[in-house]
Design a protein around this ligand. Structure first.
Ligand code: GAP
Length: 438
């Protein structure tokens, strides 16, 4: 096994062991293509979403938030083209044992790579999950395969209620579902996932200029996540490979261990395809009225991020092995704004009531300020450091006898702050701790 495959295995194992990611429905043997986020995974995922929302919505004047329903009228998906061949994958099944594959992921269709038997014919398989709504079950619906359509069908609502000026964007974070033929590679290709998407509406004349601006913002976002430049690549999707709605797409690819560069996020110019299709299908005008001139259907640029792939990239980038005090240690070098816990607090000894009381006081103060603060009094201090290193906590604060003023009076009301990346320790006054950690 190569070192890179090994790295991914170590990360997957860490995710399970330390409460980041569990297999979906694990006690029943799992459900392929589903994963559950544990306490630390939720924290990391929420931090990524909060940073994204802050950067792409709150820090801008031209973005509007939305949270649309997952179940939508089936006509939405007919109009968008998702019920047709455009959202299908080619599937083949072998004749002997029924192994199924995506035909376009096989090197050739001569024989089944699992059992060697021949394949039946290639069929188109639509990736949407179909469901029935209501007790009669006569109303068909789909679990949305992208959050984007929720944005398009609300275009008029946003224009009417918020009076935005072009160019402007509508952003949404939410679940999406695809009945992938071959879910695989941890969070990379799953059947239920979260997306963070923006539909950025522009006039046709300005799409190229706005495309470049957004592309820079996406690059800044990846830097904000701590992803290094050499692990990110922009891939210009060739014309014959573009999605049915796109005239230009750049895939932002990440260098996943054991896999190499593959799609992290997509950035597409979708023209006026979606608004035009919805206008035609619904009969409702999907137009923007400029200060001067006639109403028109805007064109759209779409940055689309899958949270599972972002989270995997963040974990890969953060996973580090080094040697500390003569021992190999593995830790997550997460940026402080993404770490599940910002700081962990512990009393040097958990059987000394004065230490515990003081440590609880410091913990309460920090928790009120930061929220994501861990209390850790298990094992000895060395073990606590290792545990916190492994989940990426940037600082550990330890309350000891000096804090109580019992050993060196001048150190009273100071604590040890230990740094994750270097293992260095400093003495900081409790009164300055909040500011220091900030
Ligand atoms: N609205 C456009 C759209 O959905 P996409 O390229 O199909 O475009 C966008 O998906 C992003 O969603 C991808 O870059 C990826 O990060 C994520 N994604 C798509 N399918 C996925 C799957 N089966 N599992 C995990 N993430 C997925």
């Amino acid at each position: 096994m190569s070192e890179k495959d090994n790295k991914m295995e170590k990360i997957v194992s860490l995710c399970k062991r330390r409460g980041f990611v569990f297999q979906g429905s694990e006690i029943y043997g799992g459900l392929k293509g589903t994963w559950d986020l544990g306490p630390l995974g939720v924290a990391l995922n929420n931090n990524i979403k909060r940073e994204w929302w802050n950067m792409f919505v709150e820090q801008r004047e031209d973005m509007y938030g939305l949270d649309a329903a997952i179940l939508m009228n089936e006509k939405v998906w007919e109009a968008s083209g998702h019920t047709g061949a455009g959202f299908s994958d080619p599937v083949v099944e072998c004749k002997k044992e029924g192994h199924r594959f995506r035909a376009d992921h096989l090197e050739n269709l001569d024989s089944c790579p699992t059992c060697g038997s021949i394949f039946g014919e290639v069929k188109n398989f639509n990736l949407m999950f179909e469901t029935q709504v209501g007790p009669e079950g006569d109303v068909k619906s789909y679990l949305r395969p992208e959050t984007a359509q929720g944005i398009f069908v609300n275009f008029k609502n946003i224009v009417d209620s918020m009076s935005p000026k072009l160019p402007f964007g509508i952003a949404q974070i939410g679940k999406a579902f695809r009945n992938e033929i071959a879910p695989r590679e941890f969070l990379f290709r799953v059947r239920e996932f979260e997306q963070m998407e923006i539909e950025y509406f522009v006039s046709e004349a300005e799409w190229k200029e706005e495309f470049e601006k957004l592309r820079l913002e996406i690059q800044k976002w990846h830097a904000h996540l701590g992803l290094s430049e050499e692990n990110i690549r922009e891939y210009e999707v060739p014309e014959n490979d573009l999605a049915h709605y796109s005239k230009r797409t750049i895939d932002f690819e990440y260098n996943y261990p054991g896999k190499g560069f593959d799609e992290l996020a997509g950035f597409a110019y979708r023209t006026d395809h979606d608004l035009k299709s919805h206008e035609e299908a619904s009969g409702v005008k999907m137009r923007y009225t400029p200060a001067e001139g006639a109403p028109f259907i805007p064109h759209v640029l779409e940055p689309s991020f899958g949270l599972g792939r972002v989270m995997t990239a963040v974990l890969v980038e953060a996973y580090t092995e080094d040697e500390m005090n003569g021992e190999v240690r593995s830790y997550l070098k997460l940026p402080a704004h993404l770490a599940p816990y910002r700081v962990a607090v512990s009393p040097l000894l958990k059987n000394k009531p004065q230490l515990v009381e003081k440590a609880r006081e410091v913990f309460g103060m920090l928790k009120k300020e930061f929220g994501n603060v861990a209390w850790d009094d298990n094992g000895n201090v060395g073990k606590r450091y290792r545990r916190q290193d492994e989940i990426g906590t940037p600082y550990c604060v330890v309350i000891d006898f000096d804090t109580l003023g019992e050993e060196q009076a001048e150190l009273k009301d100071t604590v040890t702050v230990r740094h994750r990346d270097t293992g260095e320790q400093e003495r900081i006054a409790i009164a300055e701790l909040k500011e220091y950690i900030k």
